[in-house]
Write a protein that binds this ligand. Structure first.
Ligand SMILES: Nc1nc2c(ncn2[C@@H]2O[C@H](COP(=O)(O)OP(=O)(O)OP(=O)(O)O)[C@@H](O)[C@H]2O)c(=O)[nH]1
Ligand SMILES: [Zn+2]
Ligand SMILES: [Zn+2]
Length: 236
């Protein structure tokens, strides 16, 4: 866990993290890259979703992945098979990626590749529904995954993640018939606290809903590009 036992220390930590996140975002903006921060509980399906996404989205977008894991490179190795740069970051005992760790990944990308060639950086965060939501990494887009196996009440019990998310993916919907769970109720609970969130129900196993996700990702990259151009055109 991150140290929030001392309120002042907690505020300082978050403040330092925010400065680092702004630094990272400035790099992404300079290079014309859109950055997604992908967050969930352990095992909600982030890596499988990334595998399915890389298989399709690399036709249209040049993608790099920053892959957070506490100790292993298991997920990073899975994603390397898709021929994209995957920068692995081990968080050690920490339960979330922070902006400094991601800065290390960004500078690695900068040194090993030409960063302006990339359209999209996907950050797979380390799994839990609390801390990643508090620590920005310099992303433009926050994506939260909630698997149907986790229960309808999770958005109510862990509100910050769901309030902050630009997109909620309800995952593993192929399992819904076996569980006493109502996907519409999850969606309604989340909409109540975050009316503008995009909600997409998917199964990485059957492929249901993935087309909506792919289209949404592409639309966000285009939006980000046009808003960056609009900012450049503003008078100084
Ligand atoms: N039935 C079903 N299983 C899925 C689906 N997506 C993922 N899984 C399974 O769920 C388990 C966890 O998936 P991962 O993609 O590794 O989850 P993760 O969020 O990356 O896990 P961590 O990185 O450890 O937090 C694996 O056994 C997957 O095969 C799905 O859509 N349907
Ligand atoms: Zn830098
Ligand atoms: Zn994973």
């Amino acid at each position: 866990m991150h140290q929030t036992f001392d309120a002042a220390l907690g505020i300082n930590l978050l403040h330092a993290n925010q400065k680092g996140a702004d630094h990272n975002r400035a790099h992404f903006d300079e290079w014309g890259i859109t950055c997604f921060n992908i967050m969930s509980s352990p095992g909600a399906g982030k890596t499988v979703l990334l595998e399915r996404s890389l298989a399709v989205l690399t036709d249209d977008l040049k993608i790099a992945v920053i892959e957070g894991d506490m100790t292993t490179e298991l997920d990073a190795d899975r994603l390397r098979q898709y021929g994209v740069p995957v920068i692995a970051i081990n968080t050690g005992r920490s339960c979330h990626l922070d902006s400094k760790m991601v800065a290390g990944g960004i500078h690695q990308l900068e040194h090993q590749y030409n960063p302006v060639d990339f359209d999209l950086v996907l950050v797979e965060n380390v799994g839990n529904l609390v801390c990643p939501a508090e620590f920005e990494v310099g992303e433009h887009i926050k994506v939260a995954l909630l698997s149907v196996t986790e229960g309808e009440d999770k958005p109510l019990k862990y509100p910050v993640m769901f309030q902050e998310a630009d997109c909620l993916l309800i995952t593993k919907i192929d399992l819904a018939p076996y569980l006493d769970i109502d996907i519409n109720r999850i969606a309604a609970n989340v909409r109540q606290m975050n009316p503008h969130v995009t909600i997409i129900a998917v199964s990485a196993k059957t492929g249901e809903g993935l087309e909506h996700w792919f289209n949404w990702v592409k639309s966000q990259v285009l939006n980000q590009r046009s808003s960056a151009t609009a900012t450049e055109m503003l008078p100084a």
